[in-house]
Design a protein. Sequence first.
Length: 106
Amino acid sequence: MHQIEHRLQQRYPDWFHGPRGHLARPLLRQVGRWSRLDRVQEFLRDNGDRHGFAFVTAALDFLGSRYEVEPAALARIPASGRLLVVANHPSGALDALALLDALGQV
């Protein structure tokens, strides 16, 4: 969380001086504990050398996420050539990671 706090101090120095500082620092630290951004930063530091599907798999493991795809559905995906995937993913990143991991199995 210190990285984010440092960046915010650079961008909004008035937030961290005087009476505002007494509120801003504890509030920012509480948001950091709630969001677990420090764990995300640790994951990125530990896995920054991974690329492609290895990173996707590590991210899914870190998040404790699992998904299921029927073998018949995977069989319909071509092993080579172009592929257009149309998806409606309301939760965003987690769904994208699962989709990438599934496509990587083909």
